[in-house]
Design a protein around this ligand. Sequence first.
Ligand code: UD1
Length: 378
Amino acid sequence: MKVLSVVGARPNFVKIAPLMAEMRKHTGIRPLLVHTGQHYDLEMSDSFFQELGIPQPDINLEVGSASAARQVAQIIERLEPVLVAERPDIVVLVGDVNSTLAGALTAVKLGIRVAHVEAGLRSFDRTMPEEINRVLTDAISDLLFASEPSGVENLLKEGRPANQIFLVGNVMIDTLKTCLGRARQLEPLGDPEIGSENGSDPPAGFALVTLHRPSTVDNACVLRIVWQALEEIGKAIPIVFPVHPRTRKRLRDLGLELMGIAPPFARPNGIRLISPLSYLRFLHLESLATFVVTDSGGIQEETTVLGVPCLTVRENTERPITVTEGTNTLVGLDPERLKEEARQILCGKGKRGRAPALWDGQAAQRIVETLQQQLPAS
Ligand code: UD1
């Protein structure tokens, strides 16, 4: 069975790692990996391949940064001849990025079966680029692997047949469980790149912040409001903020970036801006944080399993189980709510939560078993 997986952006790499490792255990499976090149630099791509032991991609389409339409168009154009030459039995796609949608469209147009890992998640907010990617990818996928029960319910409501939907758990948590021990052996702030004045120890208590969604950072008004709330929070607890390239540009445009620069925790606003971290360093920091402020999807899931309270700066989440069972609280774009929830956590009233069913480190194994059952040997 030839299984061709397509990845392109940072969260894809975390999700494909356990699947590639699992597929390589089976002699009956020939896994191929295509990197679209949506993310391409050391921090956003290469460090993930190195740390997570993902095999070097068989093919890199090198599309690079562009508007969503150009990215999707270029991936389709460059992936088509690869699929025609390789004729895989199935194309596997993970997550909700532009590379996910482009991979699904290319395969389905060639009559190749498509499997979507992390199917059925819905924010019901069609202004999010990721929501469009999710809805369209699920509509044309043959095998739908859901990470939480809401995914199954959403797919059934959209009319997808029950026999194509499999609740398998969360591959991102497979990676977390595999890597946490190794991550904890690293000095999270000891990297010279991050600043030697940090020494090797993170502060005793700190809040970890990540923001990168266009709806948060591309809107100057929203970014200013969130930043002001962070400055307030920073007076009570030091903030460590690894900055995504998109966010760095926006902060620079608003003249805010300089305000957070080293020395780390002596700044009046208490916000320490650092470069994007490798997976392992970030995971270690996340596990040590008093709480996390984020607009990311995957981080809502990771904090739930780590038992770290998470304040999500969004009006909605496509991962509702992190709120109902986990440590996640949606604070919307309301700075007062963000500050109040942070205060509550600092008073010891943060959510503790529990790991959802099937978030046990075995999701990739279930997916590969299902692939073998569903696809006749060729
Ligand atoms: C993409 C995903 C988002 C995911 C995020 C993780 C879509 C629609 N969005 O958003 O769901 O959470 O990745 O990071 O696919 N850049 C670099 N180096 C790189 C790649 C990008 O500096 O290796 C910069 C470029 O200036 C680029 C910008 O980051 O314009 C944004 O990259 P892009 O691929 O458009 O999407 P993300 O915002 O990263």
